[in-house]
Design a protein around this ligand. Structure first.
Ligand SMILES: [Ca+2]
Ligand SMILES: [Ca+2]
Ligand SMILES: [Ca+2]
Ligand SMILES: [Ca+2]
Length: 214
């Protein structure tokens, strides 16, 4: 009996693969049914599509969810549905805003019109942006009352879904700052409208504009 067992464990085992092509490199005893073209019929390299959405695991960014695949409709669900590497409206955003500001100084009112580029990002529930207003460098009153630059930044950066509304801060290069409010409303995953405003005793400003994902 011992001799028979020893004999059974020596030498090349019989090839029982059922798939073509069969090669001399294949010396296993497994029975597999893969239909790939690699030289080892015991290794199945054929693309796998676990969730059956028509996209194999190498291109399907979630092969266990049938609603997620390249080109799938992107939804506001904090998930990358279309496999473009971006969750919802995440990405870099830019655009231009027009701001109106008014200041009262020594009993006289001054009005200013400012063009203010928007630059920011939205990443995994966090918002960051800087709206940089540059008053006319030739306007002595604007420089004195608003500063060389007037910057708007968010105070609370949490964002979910298609809308954000929270406090912002206006900061002048002249050294003062003032709280205001801001909103961003997404009309799609690549377009949004921005509005900011602040209202102080001697200074008020409000602006709006459109931004787009880069
Ligand atoms: Ca799949
Ligand atoms: Ca999938
Ligand atoms: Ca999504
Ligand atoms: Ca996406």
């Amino acid at each position: 009996m011992i001799l028979l067992l020893a004999l059974a464990c020596t030498g090349a085992p019989a090839d029982k693969d059922t798939a073509a092509p069969d090669t001399a490199a294949d010396t296993d005893t497994d029975t597999d049914t893969d239909a790939d073209t690699d030289t080892d019929p015991n290794v199945d390299t054929a693309p796998v599509d676990l969730d059956g959405d028509g996209y194999a695991a190498d291109v399907d960014c979630n092969d266990t969810n049938v609603a997620v695949y390249p080109g799938a409709p992107e939804l506001w669900n904090e998930r990358d549905d279309d496999c473009d590497g971006l969750v919802d409206a995440d990405g870099a955003w830019s655009g231009s805003m027009q701001m109106a500001a008014s200041a009262v100084y020594e009993g006289r009112r001054y009005d200013f019109s400012l063009r203010c580029p928007y630059a920011g990002t939205r990443t995994l529930g966090q918002l960051a942006f800087t709206i940089t207003c540059t008053p006319d460098p030739e306007d002595v009153d604007a420089q004195r009352l608003l500063g060389e630059t007037l910057i708007v930044t968010p105070k609370d950066t949490d964002v979910t879904g298609a809308a954000w509304a929270d406090d912002v801060e206006f900061t002048s290069a002249n050294g003062w700052d003032s709280d205001g409010e801001g909103t961003i409303t997404w009309s799609s995953f690549s377009d949004a409208a921005v509005a900011v405003q602040m209202s102080g005793v001697s200074l008020a400003a409000s602006g709006s504009g459109d931004i787009a994902r880069e």
